[in-house]
Design a protein around this ligand. Structure first.
Ligand SMILES: [Zn+2]
Length: 57
């Protein structure tokens, strides 16, 4: 099963970072610490914008 990663742009500072599409914990921006994705137990509830979807085997 492929694991999906997203490149997400922070809505606060514009930083772009990669994250797992189904994170087990909330994902925070590495620059400004804003939460960019909430963990839901499934696909993340994104608060930033998706720049790119990456699929990794
Ligand atoms: Zn940020």
């Amino acid at each position: 099963m492929a694991r999906n990663f997203l490149k997400v742009k922070c809505g606060e500072c514009g930083n772009e970072q990669k994250m797992f599409s189904h994170p087990s914990n909330d994902v925070t921006c590495l620059v400004c610490s804003e939460v960019i994705a909430h963990s839901t137990g499934g696909k993340a509830d994104l608060h930033g914008s998706i720049v790119e979807e990456l699929e990794v085997e």
